[in-house]
Design a binder for this molecule. Structure first.
Ligand SMILES: Cc1cc2nc3c(=O)[nH]c(=O)nc-3n(C[C@H](O)[C@H](O)[C@H](O)COP(=O)(O)OP(=O)(O)OC[C@H]3O[C@@H](n4cnc5c(N)ncnc54)[C@H](O)[C@@H]3O)c2cc1C
Length: 326
């Protein structure tokens, strides 16, 4: 018979959003259970240097930061469960989540913090050089490439924003796009075309991320002209893949309202989803900022929203009923 774990506050996901919700939830007496998923600690465990999380003067390591967050959450009373959820039932409270091995988790409130994953080109050379010059986040890693030649790959809003952002650090930014026009909003395109430090290579796709040096890092990109098949090499030390993100919301499709890009919809200025008692925080509901500190911030909001929801629900359940015809 599979085990059942029940709590006031169930949290799905153990990145900065889920763990921040856990810290606030535990301190508010909601005894949270965090179902960690197959990536305990979330996306930051896949990177090395983190220089923009407040509170640390020195560069810190992503996996270390997440270990500290988890230790803090456990220290204040949150329980971690290493499981992956494959099925949810949000039709009634307590909400039910079912792990791949059949374990059942129930919560009076649910905080969804399942994050998002950057889309990659899926080239072996890209995988090999991730963190060594190849990145999917200019806001996170751009600072490490100041004064260097860099390229941004993509043609949507994210790519154009990342190319513009990189001009804060580099005087030589190349945008590489496989079509002959951009999908980005016109206002962004206008800013891009007007920028003296950005050039655009149209109709090109990355064939290979080229490594070199000691320690090895990105030194060039081999680009294929998709009209002629010709290969050309450009020298760059930073390559930013900006072809979009996929929020981890498949599990919730049909259960909570999603937007046109499959992010969880929340009421403006809150973490409330379309299902009362279900809250969403972090990258799963934020397609704009996508930073550890913003994920932690919305994680805090989710715990406070959840606490308020439970307090109101408890009050209604315990309030004396008004006498009929009194
Ligand atoms: C390479 C890289 C470098 C980065 N560098 C920085 C940086 O320097 N500074 C910065 O601020 N940000 C950085 N970011 C962005 C930052 O990591 C994210 O914004 C942040 O991790 C989002 O936190 P989150 O908690 O919303 O989700 P995530 O960190 O994505 O965590 C999602 C969690 O949900 C769990 N999960 C998902 N589906 C399920 C399921 N079905 N069942 C159970 N669990 C599930 C996962 O296991 C994971 O624990 C970087 C991102 C990457 C990829």
């Amino acid at each position: 018979m599979p085990a059942t774990h029940s709590t006031r506050m169930l949290i799905l996901g153990s990145g900065p959003a889920g763990l921040s919700a856990a810290i606030y939830g535990a301190r508010a007496g909601m005894a949270p259970i965090v179902v960690q998923g197959i990536q305990p600690g979330g996306q930051l465990t896949t990177t090395t240097d983190v220089e923009n999380y407040p509170g640390f003067r020195e560069v810190i390591q992503g996996p270390w930061l997440m270990e500290e967050m988890q230790a803090q959450a456990e220290h204040v009373g949150a329980r971690m469960m290493w499981d992956h959820i494959g099925e949810v039932d949000l039709s009634q409270r307590p909400f039910r989540l079912i792990g791949d091995g059949g374990t059942v988790y129930t919560g009076d409130v649910l905080v969804i913090a399942t994050g998002a994953q950057a889309k990659w080109l899926n080239l072996p050379s890209e995988e090999h050089l991730k963190g060594k010059g190849v990145s999917a986040c200019a806001t996170c890693d751009g600072f490490f490439y100041r004064g260097r030649k860099v390229a941004v790959i993509g043609g949507g809003n994210t790519a154009v924003e990342e190319a513009l952002y990189m001009t804060n650090h580099s005087h030589d930014v190349t945008l590489i796009h496989r079509r002959d026009s951009l999908r980005a909003e016109k206002i962004l395109q206008d800013r891009l075309f007007a920028h003296p430090n950005i050039k655009i290579l149209w109709n090109r796709e990355v064939e290979t991320f080229v490594g070199g040096g000691e320690p090895e890092g990105l030194v060039a990109l081999d680009l294929k002209d998709i009209r002629t098949g010709a290969i050309e090499r450009i020298d760059v030390e930073g390559g930013f893949v900006a072809i979009g993100h996929s929020p981890a919301t498949e599990l919730f499709n049909g259960h909570v309202e999603l937007d046109e890009d499959n992010y969880i919809k929340v009421d403006p200025g809150s973490t409330r989803t379309s299902v009362p008692g279900v809250f969403a925080c972090g990258d799963v509901m934020d397609k704009i900022y996508r930073q550890a500190v913003t994920a932690a911030g919305t994680g805090c909001m989710a715990a406070l929203d959840a606490e308020k929801f439970l307090a109101e629900a408890d009050f209604e359940a315990n309030a004396p009923k008004q006498a009929v015809n009194a």
